[in-house]
Design a protein around this ligand. Structure first.
Ligand code: GLA
Length: 403
C-alpha cells in the first residue's frame, strides 16, 4: 500500500522556486544521504514547478524538460535520485498552465502520466491553477489518479488544491494519497501559526463566556485532518525549518525556537514532512540544531504513529491569545499532549485530563515523558500545568496508569 504513514522528504519549491537544475537535485540527493536524512525516513526528493519548457513538443504533445536546467534529461536525474536509495517526485497541475505558467496537464492527463512513468517518477504533486472554472475539481483529480494508475508505475498522488471545495471530504474517493488543506506557507512565525490554527478554525464559533462544563462539547480540533488515515493524509504544506529568511518563500524568517514549534506542530498533527530549506547548508555547525530537530526520533515517531489519528484540541484555555493544547490518541494506548505557546508572552498552560477522556474519578494517572528529550516528566494526577516561553512548545507522550 502506498502512504501507510504520512510521507516524508524534500521539495524544491520553498527554497529554490524556479532556480532548479540537474545539479541542485543531485546535490540535494547527496545531502539527504550524507546528513542521515534518508536513514531518518526522508524518502522522496520532489521537483516542484518550473522544470519544463514553456511549450509542449509540437509533434509528440509531451511536456519537455527545460534543457538549460536539465541538460541530461529527466530520466538521468531520476536514475541518480534512485541510485541514492531515494524516491523521485515531480509536479504538474490540473489546469491549462501550472501556477508559474508552464504547461500543465488539463486534457493531457494520460499522456503526462505516461511521461512521468517513463522518467521513473514515484510521486506526483498536482496543483490547481488555471483550471477551467466550469470543470469539477474532484473529477480532474480522479482523472489524473486514473491516469497514474494506468501508467503501469506505482506513483503516489499528492493533491494541492489548498483545501478548496472541502477536499478532505472527497480526497480518499479520488485516489489521492495526500491533500493540501492550506494556502502557501512562507518563512515566518505568523504563516505557520495561521496554518496550524486553520486546522482548528473550522470549529463552531466558541463562546468563552459559557461555563467550562458546557464548552466541552465544542472542543473539536480535527478540522481538515479528519480524513487523516493510512492511505491518505492531510498535507499542511512544506516545512520552512532552517530557511532563516532566505529562499523562494522568504519572509521575516524564524528563529530556532519558532522552527522547533513548527516541526513539532507538523509532527503532532501527523502531517507529511517535506523539508524545504537548502540542505547544502545543513552540514555547517550553526545548522546542527536544525538537523537534530528534523531527525528527532521522538517527534518523527509521533508523526508516523501507525494509527495515524488526527489531533484534537484539549484545553478550555482560549487559544486565540496564544496557548494551544492538543491531544492525540496513539497506537498502543498512549496519549500525546502538546503545549504550543503561539502567543507573544511566556504563558502558564494547563491541561485537565478530563478533556482527554480521563476524569479524575476514573482513578487513572498519566506517566509523562518529554517526546523531544526522552526525559521523564513524572506521574501526574488530574491535571498538569507548565510554563512555556513565547513561541515555544513542549510535547509529551503519556501512559495511562491506574492509581
Ligand atoms: C502553488 C502551490 C505551491 C507551489 C507553487 C508552484 O502556489 O501551492 O506549493 O507548488 O504553486 O508554482
Amino acid at each position: 500500500m502506498l502512504a501507510k504513514a504520512p510521507r516524508v522528504g524534500f521539495n524544491t519549491w520553498n527554497n529554490f522556486g524556479e532556480d532548479i537544475s540537474d545539479q541542485v537535485i543531485r546535490e540535494t540527493a547527496d545531502k539527504m544521504v550524507e546528513l542521515g536524512l534518508r536513514d531518518a525516513g526522508y524518502e522522496y526528493l520532489v521537483i516542484d514547478d518550473c522544470w519544463s519548457k514553456r511549450e509542449r513538443d509540437p509533434v509528440t504533445g509531451k511536456i519537455v524538460p527545460d534543457e538549460t536546467k536539465f541538460p541530461n534529461g529527466m530520466k538521468a536525474v531520476s536514475d541518480y535520485v534512485h541510485s541514492k536509495g531515494l524516491k523521485f517526485g515531480m509536479y504538474s497541475c490540473d489546469g491549462v498552465m501550472t501556477c508559474a505558467r508552464y504547461p500543465a496537464s488539463f486534457d493531457h492527463e494520460f499522456l503526462d502520466a505516461q511521461t512521468f512513468a517513463e522518467y521513473g517518477v514515484d510521486f506526483l504533486k498536482y496543483d490547481n491553477c488555471y483550471r477551467p472554472r466550469t470543470v469539477d475539481q474532484a473529477l480532474l483529480y480522479r482523472r489524473m489518479s486514473a491516469a497514474l494508475k494506468a501508467s503501469g508505475r506505482e506513483i503516489l498522488f499528492s493533491a494541492c488544491n489548498w483545501g478548496d471545495v472541502e477536499v478532505e471530504t472527497w480526497a480518499r474517493s479520488a485516489g489521492i494519497h495526500m491533500y493540501r488543506s492550506t494556502g502557501d506557507i512562507n518563512d515566518s512565525f505568523e504563516s505557520f501559526k495561521n496554518i496550524a490554527l486553520s486546522q482548528i478554525n473550522r470549529d463552531p464559533v466558541i463562546d468563552w463566556t459559557r461555563p467550562v462544563d458546557e464548552l466541552h462539547e465544542t472542543l473539536r480540533a480535527d478540522g481538515g485532518s479528519c480524513s487523516n488515515a493510512p492511505g491518505c493524509f492531510n498535507d499542511i504544506d512544506m516545512l520552512t525549518v532552517g530557511m532563516f529568511g532566505k529562499g523562494n518563500v522568504a519572509n521575516k524568517g524564524c528563529d530556532a525556537t519558532d522552527y522547533k514549534t513548527q516541526f513539532a506542530l507538523w509532527c503532532f498533527m501527523g502531517a507529511p514532512l517535506m523539508l524545504g530549506a537548502d540542505l547544502r547548508n545543513f552540514l555547517k555547525p550553526s545548522f546542527k540544531p536544525m538537523l537534530d530537530l528534523v531527525t528527532n526520533k521522538g517527534l518523527i515517531a509521533l508523526d508516523q504513529d501507525e494509527e495515524c489519528r488526527p489531533a484534537f484540541r484539549a484545553t478550555n484555555q482560549p487559544w486565540g491569545k496564544g496557548p494551544l493544547v492538543l491531544g492525540r490518541l496513539l497506537s498502543g494506548g498512549d496519549i500525546a499532549v502538546g503545549f504550543f505557546n503561539l502567543g507573544e508572552n511566556d504563558s502558564r498552560m494547563y491541561l485537565y485530563f478530563e478533556t482527554l477522556g480521563i476524569p479524575d474519578a476514573a482513578g487513572i494517572n498519566l506517566e509523562m515523558t518529554d517526546v523531544m528529550t526522552g526525559e521523564d516528566f513524572g506521574v501526574k494526577r488530574e491535571f498538569v500545568d507548565i510554563v512555556v516561553p513565547k513561541h515555544d512548545c513542549r510535547v509529551f507522550r503519556c501512559k495511562p496508569v491506574s492509581r
